[in-house]
Design a binder for this molecule. Structure first.
Ligand code: NDP
Length: 452
C-alpha cells in the first residue's frame, strides 16, 4: 500500500509514499533497539552536541521545511517557518539545560539518590497540525536522556515525516536513533505489542489516544497522551480590553485554527459582552484568508477535506441548537479546503455540539455574570488542556487560575507551549508531560540507588 499527500490549498497530489513491509518494520525495530543499547551509553555531552547540530540544521533549513509544511497542511508560511525555528530553540534548550533536568538527585537525610536513566525505544503516534514541532518536542528530550524513538506520523504529512528522519541523520545521529515508520494506523497495535517498545506517546485526538492507551495499558506499558482541548478564554470587565480582543483572535485562528491549545470557548463578563463581541467580530472579519504562501495571509485552508466537513457539521448543529451566526459559517469555493473565519454566540451550554472540540476556524462566545459562574462554565467540559484568564486584578486572576481544571492556565496572555515549561493536560486531554524538567524525566526510569 502507499500513502498520498495532497496540497490542501490546491487539492493537488504532491507525494506518494510506499508503506513499509512487515520485514522492513522488523528490521527497523531491531535497529532501534540495538541503537538504544549503544546511544544510552554515549556520554551526555555527546548527546547534547548532537542536539546543537540539530538546532543549527533546523535554523539553516527553516525556509525549506516551512514550505514543505505549508504544502502538506496549509498554514501560513511565516507560521510554518516559526514552527521550525521553535523546534531549533527546543533542541538548543535541551542541549544546554537538559543535563541539569536529569542530573542525579540526592535524597536528603538518606545515603541514596535518584538517577534518571533511559528506558528504550519509544513509539510515537504523531499528528499533522504541527508536523515538525509535535514530533521534535517529543524526540529532543527523549534522545537527550538516551532513548531512541520510532514514529508513526499522520498519513497526510509523509513528506515532513521523511524530512525529519533525514534531518536527524544529517545532524550526525546513528541510524536507528530516529525511525520513521511508514505504516497505516491499523498496524499500530503490532508496534505497541512489540516487546522491544518500552513506552508509547500519542499526540492527536482523544479517540486515537484512548485506543492506543488501551492496548499499551493491557501490556503494562507506560503511555503519555497529548490529546485535544476546548480551552476556555475568560475575560473579566477589568481586563485590558484591546489586548484581550487581539489575543483572542490570535489564539483561536493561528495555525489555521487547528491547534489543541487554541482558545475555543470564550467567556465574557456580561457588562462588556456586547462591546467585546462587536470588536472581536470586526477583527475576525478582517483576517486575511487565502494562499498560505503569500505573506499577507493569516488563515489558510483546513488540512483535509473531511476536517472541513466536520467543521460544517458542527456549525450546522450549533445553529440548529439555537446559536447565532455572527461571521462566516460556510466553506469557501474552489479546489482548496478553505472555510470562512466563523463566530457563534448564544449556543446553549447543554447542546451536545457545545461539548465537542472545534478543530477549525470557529469561535464560540458565551457570557457570565460572576466569577463563580465563569469558573463553572470553563470547567464544564470533558477536556482540560489549557485556559486563559484576563483580568486587571492579579488576586482574582490567580484565584480563578487555581480553580480551573487544566494542565496550564495563562493569565493575561494566550496559551502556548514553551520548551522550558511543562506541557500537557488533565481529564480528556490526556496525562503525562512533555517539555521542561517534567517532560525530560517523563520517559525515564527514576532509579533509586541506595548505598548501605
Ligand atoms: P487523529 O487523532 O486521527 O490523528 C493523529 C494521529 O493518530 C495520526 O498519526 C493518526 O494516523 C493516528 N491515529 C488515529 N487513530 C489511531 C489509532 N486508533 N491507532 C493508532 N494511531 C491512530 O486526528 P485526525 O487527523 O483525524 O483529526 C481529528 C481530530 O483530532 C481533530 O479534529 C482534533 O480534534 C484532534 N487532533 C488533535 C491534535 C492535537 O494537537 N491534540 C492534533 C490533531 C488532531 P493516520 O493519520 O494514519 O490516520
Amino acid at each position: 500500500m502507499s500513502f498520498q499527500s495532497y496540497n490542501p490549498t490546491t487539492g493537488e497530489l504532491i507525494g506518494t509514499y510506499e508503506e513499509h513491509s512487515d520485514s522492513e518494520v522488523e528490521r527497523l525495530l531491531q535497529q532501534s533497539h540495538d541503537t538504544w543499547k549503544s546511544w544510552s551509553k554515549t556520554p551526555i555531552e555527546d548527546r547534547s552536541a548532537f542536539l546543537i547540530r540539530l538546532a543549527d540544521l533546523l535554523e539553516s533549513r527553516a525556509e525549506e521545511y516551512g514550505a514543505l509544511i505549508v504544502s502538506e497542511m496549509g498554514k501560513p508560511l511565516a507560521e510554518a517557518v516559526g514552527e521550525v525555528k521553535k523546534s531549533a530553540f527546543g533542541a538548543r534548550h535541551f542541549a544546554g539545560d537538559g543535563p541539569a533536568y536529569i542530573a542525579d538527585e540526592a535524597i536528603p537525610g538518606t545515603p541514596s539518590k535518584i538517577v534518571y536513566q533511559s528506558i528504550g525505544p519509544i513509539f510515537g503516534v504523531m499528528p499533522w497540525n504541527l508536523p515538525f514541532w509535535q514530533v521534535l518536542r517529543f524526540f529532543i528530550p527523549a534522545a537527550l536522556v538516551g532513548n531512541t524513538v520510532v514514529v508513526k506520523h499522520a498519513e497526510s504529512v509523509q513528506g515532513s515525516a521523511a524530512a525529519i528522519e533525514k534531518l536527524i541523520l544529517d545532524a550526525g545521529a546513528p541510524a536507528g536513533l530516529y525511525t520513521n515508520l511508514v505504516i497505516d494506523r491499523r498496524r499500530a497495535p503490532q508496534i505497541i505489542r512489540d516487546p522491544r517498545i518500552a513506552a508509547v506517546t500519542v499526540t492527536g485526538s482523544t479517540q486515537a489516544g484512548r485506543s492506543v492507551a488501551e492496548q499499551a495499558g493491557a501490556l503494562g506499558k507506560k503511555v503519555v497522551l497529548e490529546l485535544g482541548g476546548s480551552d476556555p478564554f475568560i475575560v473579566f470587565a477589568d481586563a485590558d480590553f484591546d489586548k484581550a480582543v487581539q489575543m483572542a483572535v490570535v489564539s483561536r485562528y493561528s495555525n489555521n485554527a487547528q491547534s489543541c491549545i487554541a482558545a475555543k470557548r470564550f467567556f465574557i463578563e456580561e457588562s462588556i459582552a456586547e462591546r467585546f463581541t462587536a470588536a472581536f467580530v470586526e477583527a475576525v472579519k478582517k483576517i486575511p484568508v487565502g494562499d498560505p504562501m503569500k505573506s499577507e495571509t493569516k488563515l489558510g485552508p483546513l488540512a483535509r477535506r473531511d476536517i472541513r466537513d466536520t467543521v460544517q457539521r458542527q456549525v450546522d448543529e450549533a445553529i440548529a441548537a439555537g446559536a447565532k451566526l455572527l461571521a462566516g459559517g460556510k466553506p469557501i469555493g474552489g479546489p482548496g479546503n478553505f472555510y470562512e473565519a466563523t463566530v457563534l454566540s448564544n449556543l446553549p451550554h447543554d447542546a451536545p455540539v457545545a461539548r465537542e472540540e472545534f478543530f477549525g476556524p470557529v469561535a464560540m462566545l458565551f457570557t457570565f455574570k460572576s466569577e463563580e459562574e465563569a469558573i463553572d462554565l470553563a470547567n464544564d467540559t470533558e477536556y482540560g488542556l489549557g485556559a486563559t484568564v484576563w483580568s486587571g486584578n492579579p488576586e482574582r486572576a490567580e484565584r480563578v487560575a487555581s480553580r480551573i481544571e487544566a494542565g496550564a492556565v495563562f493569565i493575561n496572555d494566550f496559551v502556548r507551549s514553551d520548551p522550558r515549561a511543562p506541557f500537557g493536560g488533565v481529564k480528556g486531554s490526556g496525562f503525562g508531560r512533555e517539555l521542561g524538567g517534567l517532560g525530560a524525566r517523563e520517559l525515564t526510569n527514576a532509579k533509586l540507588v541506595w548505598k548501605g
